[in-house]
Design a protein around this ligand. Structure first.
Ligand code: PEP
Ligand code: MN
Length: 339
């Protein structure tokens, strides 16, 4: 385990902790940073009462190093990861809050070009749109496929926005990498380990969405697959989990934001559209997400939600989205972020 001492911890307090650890049979290793000292304690954790150590004077926190996730963990990297979506847009750390907006699905060339311009004018920093759609029913619109990717890329270029789109099948990876700036792995594929391994081999950033029944640890383990494959450009996304509540489509677990921030250095995005399933709840949950520390949002916006091929009921109109962005600015400012 790692014992992180408070920055103001005295030498005496550090020695006290160290001696106590040795008495319990631990090998003690120091890492003296410019800000604080970290004590690495190697030994049998069950030999001590962790709680008793955490209240010792000068101790800030105790982190077991036997976490199943390693590369995604804060222990591996103390600083927030900053991921570049393209040369102009970054997410994480002190980057401005990133707002990814657009329709659930790319429905046509003109439609995606028009909405791209609208969301850009309202203040979006990236464009979303699915070309491969994971639909519950095989009879529902499945997406435009590669043609949809091309329209999305064209719309992104015209509006000056990086584009995010879902990959469902390893066979489409080359197309998605060719046309998209960010590969979205959807909630249904969070534990599709072969897919995760493949996106671990490319450099394109990955937006990894938590599954409807995935624990935070499982989400981090899925991210670990991608990082361990060599792709460190992973953005985690909370999009709601399935609970007994039926009023909303999912239960948006905003706890996940500070929890992930604590456990991992990776940026966190919240999807209040799928998280609520209702357009009129999207603004409140977007504000709450940024207040909770999210690095970004992914929001569904459609010119005519009543005619959308998918997820119309949770899609904002461009003008509602523009109002949301305005309100978001004050929340971002209140929590020390730019937008
Ligand atoms: C989507 O973003 O349109 C989508 C299908 O999301 P999720 O995978 O979170 O359900
Ligand atoms: Mn959708």
């Amino acid at each position: 385990m790692i014992i992180v001492m408070k920055p103001e911890a005295t030498e005496e307090q550090i020695n006290f902790v160290s001696e106590k650890l040795k008495k319990h049979g631990f090998g003690v290793h120091f890492s003296r940073g410019t800000e604080r000292t970290v004590i690495g304690a190697i030994g049998d954790k069950s030999a001590i009462e962790i709680e008793a150590f955490s209240v010792l004077p000068g101790v800030s926190e105790i982190i077991p190093i036997r976490k199943p996730f390693k590369l995604v963990s804060r222990e591996f990297r103390k600083e927030d990861s900053v991921i570049k979506l393209n040369k102009n847009v970054s997410i994480g750390g002190k980057s401005p809050v990133c707002v990814i907006a657009g329709p659930c699905a790319v429905e046509g060339r003109d439609e995606i070009i028009e909405i791209a311009k609208e969301v850009k004018a309202a203040g979006a920093t990236a464009l979303r749109g699915g070309a491969f759609k994971p639909r519950t029913s095989p009879y529902s619109f499945q997406g435009l496929g590669v043609a949809g990717l091309k329209y999305l890329a064209e719309a992104g270029k015209k509006a000056g926005l990086p584009v995010v789109t879902e990959l469902m099948d390893v066979r489409d990876l080359k197309h998605v990498v060719e046309y998209a700036d960010v590969i979205q792995i959807g909630a249904r594929n969070i534990q599709n380990f072969s897919l995760l391994k493949e996106v671990g081999k490319v450099k394109t950033p990955v937006l990894l969405k938590r599954g409807a029944a995935t624990t935070i640890e499982e989400l981090l383990m899925s991210a670990e697959y991608i990082l361990s494959g060599g792709n460190h450009n992973v953005i985690l996304c909370e999009r709601g989990i399935r609970t007994f509540e039926t009023y909303t489509r999912n239960t948006l677990d905003l706890n996940a934001v500070p929890v992930i921030k604590k456990l991992s250095h990776l940026p966190v995005v919240v999807d209040p559209s799928h998280g609520t399933g209702k357009w009129d709840l999207v603004e409140a949950m977007s504000l709450a997400s940024v207040a909770a520390g999210a690095d970004g949002l992914i929001i569904e916006v459609h010119q005519h939600p009543e005619e959308a091929f998918s997820d119309g009921g949770q899609s904002l109109r461009p003008e509602t989205f523009a109002r949301l962005i305005k309100r978001l600015k004050s929340v971002a400012q209140a929590v020390g972020r730019n937008l």
